[in-house]
Design a protein around this ligand. Structure first.
Ligand SMILES: NC(=O)c1ccc[n+]([C@@H]2O[C@H](COP(=O)([O-])OP(=O)(O)OC[C@H]3O[C@@H](n4cnc5c(N)ncnc54)[C@H](OP(=O)(O)O)[C@@H]3O)[C@@H](O)[C@H]2O)c1
Length: 241
């Protein structure tokens, strides 16, 4: 999968990693970049088309599919992370609505276009999908669930020539983790790492220095072996549907 001459949709594209992904896709020669936003977007490049897209809003998702004629790469990037302590179920649900059901519903809506192009879904997850950061447990739960969902979609769509990629981001310097005093990679590094991984055909992408430190262990680990073992349960009829 090369980004050059492709059509790419990025959710949460107005700031942070999403904004850097828009720039990186343009730098790599994307033909068209649909930038999913909830408000305005100031990007002068004529190849960028803003799309009003709150990933929790079914009507906006449906309207976005009507505005996109073809699609090669969907990047599910939009996300929220709130500090809490699992005492308020509403906050856990809020994380799940944006970080789990958001990417699932957006992916399902754009699947017909992705099947047609034999395209790719890129889900921006986090290393916290593998172990919770206990000061953001609802966020961690939502990313763990989104990883599981990503692995299931990968197996279910494999026979339909749609590839599904998990991105295990480490700490990146954005608004999301302003409160964490830890080393963070710049958004440009994350964006380059994500598209490098996609262009190399990696199903699991480790785009920054922190995440790269666990890549080898993840790829050789028991969880990855189980994922492959369980993927074999997908019936041929489903895989080819
Ligand atoms: N930064 C990190 O260290 C880090 C680490 C691991 C994973 N990640 C993941 O990387 C992705 C991007 O994070 P970031 O650091 O760039 O975050 P960010 O700077 O906080 O930006 C979040 C983006 O998501 C959008 N968004 C939030 N809720 C949305 C909704 N309901 N519908 C549509 N868009 C929505 C925001 O739009 P508005 O401007 O309208 O609010 C914004 O564009 C997220 O999935 C995050 O979990 C980040």
């Amino acid at each position: 999968m090369n980004i050059a001459n492709k059509t790419v949709l990025i959710t949460g594209a107005n700031r942070g990693i999403g904004r850097a992904l828009v720039s990186e896709a343009l730098r790599r020669g994307a033909e068209r970049v649909y930038a999913g936003v909830r408000g305005g977007l100031e990007i002068a490049d004529p190849r960028v088309t803003p799309l009003t897209l709150d990933v929790t809003n079914a009507m906006q998702i449906a309207r976005a599919t009507e505005q996109v004629g073809s699609l090669d790469v969907l990047v599910n990037n939009a996300g929220i992370a709130l500090y809490e302590d699992l005492s308020n179920p509403a906050l856990i649900e809020q994380h799940l609505a944006v970080n789990l059901y958001g990417p699932l519903n957006v992916t399902r809506a754009f699947l017909p276009l992705l099947r047609r192009s034999q395209g790719a879904v890129v889900n921006n997850l986090s290393v916290v999908a593998l172990a919770p950061v206990p000061v953001i447990p609802g966020y961690s739960i939502s990313k763990a669930a989104a990883l599981n969902m990503t692995q299931a979609l990968r197996a279910l769509l494999a026979g339909q020539s749609v590839s599904v990629h998990a991105v295990f981001l480490g700490p990146i310097d954005t608004d999301m983790n302003r409160g964490f005093d830890i080393p963070k990679a710049p958004t440009e590094v994350a964006a380059r790492g994500i598209f490098d991984g996609l262009e190399r055909g990696e199903e699991d992408i480790f785009p920054d220095p922190m995440s790269q430190s666990i890549a080898q262990a993840w790829r050789a680990g028991a969880a990855k072996a189980l994922e492959r073992q369980f993927a074999a349960f997908v019936p041929q009829s489903v895989a080819a549907a």
